[in-house]
Write a protein that binds this ligand. Structure first.
Ligand SMILES: Cc1cc2nc3c(=O)[nH]c(=O)nc-3n(C[C@H](O)[C@H](O)[C@H](O)COP(=O)(O)O)c2cc1C
Length: 221
């Protein structure tokens, strides 16, 4: 089909050519950088340049999405008072979760991570990004594959922040409705994840866990 025959506007596909001789080394280097990403729960007070967060969100917002509806919003909280409110509300929900709603099986899965209802990182991290899914509302169309789209965007966001030297925590308080009020977002938006962002504290430690070997998670047919 020629350009003129298509019933929708088109532009040439952007080119990002990597010489064949470099491609494997680049793939290896990226994977090596990603193996250094860990979920950090102890942050230093060293400020985070907002430009890094902005570029990382720009990268996240390039993610593919169902029907290109881009059903995401990224709320960046740096104001200490707002972070305090966030922590207070999150800890109230989490306390109820850990003390009443969690199943024995779930607690067992969480045990090696040492997590509990306390969430000091929501105040200690210099920035907290709350990612929202955007559903059908007065001024927003019904989106498709929202969770898949937002999940891919969050993956891009975490990778972008990591390669700029920033540490992140993927935090999912349950339930998350309280985040609409804390972040002043309308009902058609639903919080997807809370991501404290910053530099690790000097003495930050992480659980001693491993990844499944690549051969185990790859099936070649
Ligand atoms: C969808 C999702 C939800 C998570 N929720 C929490 C959470 O609420 N609190 C927390 O401390 N870690 C949370 N984590 C972090 C995981 O525990 C962590 O990614 C996992 O243990 C692997 O460790 P790593 O990220 O350091 O490699 C979450 C991760 C994902 C992907």
């Amino acid at each position: 089909m020629t350009l003129q025959q298509r019933p929708y506007p088109v532009v040439p596909a952007p080119r990002f050519d990597v010489p064949g001789s470099e491609a494997t080394a680049r793939a290896e280097a990226f994977a090596d950088v990603m193996t250094l990403r860990r979920t950090v729960r102890d942050f230093s007070s060293r400020p985070v340049p907002f430009a890094i967060v902005e570029h990382a969100i720009r990268a996240a917002a390039t993610a593919p999405s169902g029907a290109n509806l881009q059903p995401w919003r990224f709320v960046v909280i740096t104001d200490p008072e707002r972070k305090r409110l966030l922590r207070e509300a999150a800890e109230a929900e989490e306390r109820d979760f850990y003390e009443r709603r969690v199943s024995a099986e779930w607690l067992e899965a969480l045990a090696p991570l040492g997590t509990d209802w306390r969430k000091p990182f929501l105040e200690e991290a210099p920035a907290v990004i709350v990612v929202f899914e955007v559903h059908k509302g007065p001024s927003t169309p019904r989106p498709y594959y929202v969770k898949e789209s937002v999940g891919i965007a969050v993956g891009f966001l975490l990778a972008a922040l990591h390669q700029a030297g920033l540490a992140t925590l993927t935090h999912t308080p349950s339930p998350m409705r309280f985040l609409n009020e804390v972040c002043e977002r309308p009902r058609e938006e639903r919080a997807y994840v809370v991501i404290p962002v910053g530099y690790p504290a000097d003495d930050a430690m992480v659980p001693d866990i491993t990844r499944k070997p690549v051969d185990e998670v790859t099936i070649r047919l």
